[in-house]
Structures are given as C-alpha cells and as structure tokens.
Design a protein around this ligand. Sequence first.
Ligand SMILES: [Zn+2]
Length: 258
Amino acid sequence: MSKKRRYIRYLVLLLILFAVAVHEVIVDAKISSWEQTLEVRLFAINADGERATNKYIRSLKQADFKAVESFINRGAERYGITIKAINFTYAGELISRPPDVPLENSVLGNIIWSLHFRAWALYQSFQIKDGSSDIDLFINYFDTSKTKSLRHSVGLKGGLIGVINGFADNGYRGSNNVVIAHELMHTLGATDKYNQLNQPAHPGGFAAPFQEPLFPQREAEIMGGRIPLSATKAIIPDNLDLVVIGAFTAAELNWYGL
Ligand SMILES: [Zn+2]
C-alpha cells in the first residue's frame, strides 16, 4: 500500500471515530437534559438459526414491546419528566449477529468485546438506510427446546447500544421485556443493584426499600432485577407490571432536580 493510501485510510478511520464521538456527546446531552424524546430501536436476531426461532421472529410486532415503552415513560412521568421520555420502535429482523458476550468476566476481555460490539453496531447503522435513532438494542432469540440457559445481556452507556439474549417463546415475552428494559436503563446511565448471588442490594435495588417489615417485597426494582422475598431468596419477575424504577435509579438518570 502506498504511503498516500495508508494516510487516507487513517484519515477515514479518524473521521469515523470523530463522528461516533460527536454522536455520543449529542445523545449524552439529550439523555441528561430530558428535553427531547429519545428514539430507541430494537432489532430481532435469529441467534441459533433454528426454524422455530425464525417462526417466532416472524410473528413479532410492535405491540409485543409496548410494555417496555410504557414502563420507561410511566417511570419518567412519576419522577417529573413532562415530555414523552422514549419512543420505542420494533425495527424488525436483522440478519447479522453481534459478537458473543464473553463468558468469563475479565476486564480486558470485556473491553475487547465492547469495542468489537460497538464497531459491529456502527457498521449495522450504516447498512440500515431508513430512519435513525439515539439508542439501538439487539435481541438474540434462542429456541427453548435447544437452549436451556442464556448468556447475560449487556447495555453500554458509552455506546448507546445493548444486546439482549432472550427465548423465542410467547411464554417468555414478559420476562424478555424485563431484560430489554433493564439493558435500556443501562444505556441511559443506570447501574446494577444486585450482589454476586443475584440478591437485590438494599436500599437501591428494592422497590419499597423502607417498607416494614422489609420482606417480602411485592415488586422488583428494575436494576435490582428480582423480587426479594427474604434476605436470601429473590424471584425473577414474569413481566414489567411487577417492576418499578426506584428513586436511586431515577437519580442516576438525572430524573431529579430538572
Ligand atoms: Zn445489568
């Protein structure tokens, strides 16, 4: 490669990185000011190539994800946001697959995966011609008869993207929506509020942290992830009707003092 061509390559790469950085700064300002509705898109991916998964994806429609939009907007309204916080669009199936979330939790592995995922998502946004968005989410669907447990899902605040692993089954629609909402909250700046044993952390991960007696709780806090029944037992909520956005999470989203 000639020196000139190499120079042009670097320049193009720099321009792309600059465009990504500018986009992130703009959306970040939008997120922290809450003066404009954020556009969120969700793409479905057949992650195991199964026919059953394909059939399920073909049955999906916008209404199947309505609960996610209502959940976030209801929460925002409760904390004083006067505009519609998010507009959630189901954008259909995507043929490409995001890089697999690493199984081991190593810092370097996570950094490399996160860069890989961001590059992949950036490439997808160039490929998708119609419309634009502030945040893109990708849901990997797996057939329940072939896959019994899922890798964890990830939402990146810096990248404004998230990958969700879900089951291609109507019975899991509600719990898939809980995971979508959780990862979306991560992209908006919320942090996890549970410990290594998946037990919600008190007080931030509780829906009613100052209730007496404290247990059992009736609902889950979105970043706590589960409904705490006792100090050692917590269950996964079936749907978003059993989940709330707690005050500690709302503060991370800057839903106070606007
Ligand atoms: Zn999380």
